[in-house]
Design a binder for this molecule. Structure first.
Ligand code: GRF
Length: 205
């Protein structure tokens, strides 16, 4: 059973989706820590309601490496094996990433490598993309860059706004993130360079 640490900054709807799947027994994992860099994160309230161990480490004014050291300490003391970034608005320092090789996941609301960074849905609209979507990938030292585990395409519709497109993508984020975590926890993910192979077996969730 893997110990999962979930890092959030805000709403926490992806955290909720991961928690729902874990609590329903669909992922062989337990959530050993929910950590936010913002005290006001709504996801933190949900984590408390669900009786998870929580931590808030404010990041404002703390540089990346110093912040990463604080995170590393929390993750270690909660015996976290796998980290899920779920709307976590800080970039992890390279030292921290190296401590969890192929053990940190992120969800990004575009089909990477398109539209990295902030406001990916707005970027897709402004670019005039016909299709965008979401990606679960391993975190490496570069932003939105590591090997891709799962992606799901979402067509851009006539008249879409940033809000309407984001809402349609989010539905699929909530499906592929738990699915990717399940595959990892089941030991069904093989990585060779940038290539991720999913071994067959087990039912879809
Ligand atoms: C999601 O769109 C996710 O893809 C992005 O940040 C947003 C977080 O939403 N990284 P939530 O806090 O999980 O609701």
């Amino acid at each position: 059973m893997k110990n999962v640490g979930i890092l959030i900054s805000g709403r926490g709807s992806n955290f909720r989706a991961l928690s729902d799947a874990i609590e329903a027994g669909r992922i062989p994992a337990r959530i050993s820590l929910v950590l936010s860099n913002r005290a006001s994160a709504a996801g933190l309230e949900l984590a408390k309601e669900r009786n998870y161990a929580t931590a808030c480490i404010p990041s404002q004014g703390v540089d990346r490496d110093a912040y990463s050291r604080l995170l590393a300490r929390e993750l270690r003391s909660a015996r976290v094996d796998l980290v899920c970034l779920a709307g976590f608005m800080r970039i992890l320092g390279p030292e921290l990433v190296k401590q969890y090789p192929l053990r940190i996941l992120n969800i990004h609301p575009s089909l990477l490598p398109a539209f990295t960074g902030l406001h990916a849905q707005r970027q897709a609209l402004e670019w005039g993309a016909k299709v965008t979507g979401c990606t679960v990938h391993f975190v490496d030292e570069k932003l939105d860059h590591g090997p891709i585990i799962l992606q799901y395409p979402v067509p851009v519709e006539e008249g879409d706004t940033e809000e309407s497109l984001s809402a349609r993508i989010l539905v699929h984020e909530h499906q592929i993130y738990p699915e990717a975590l399940k595959l990892l926890c089941q030991g069904r993910v093989r990585v060779k360079g940038r290539s991720v192979r999913i071994l067959p077996g087990g039912p879809q969730i």
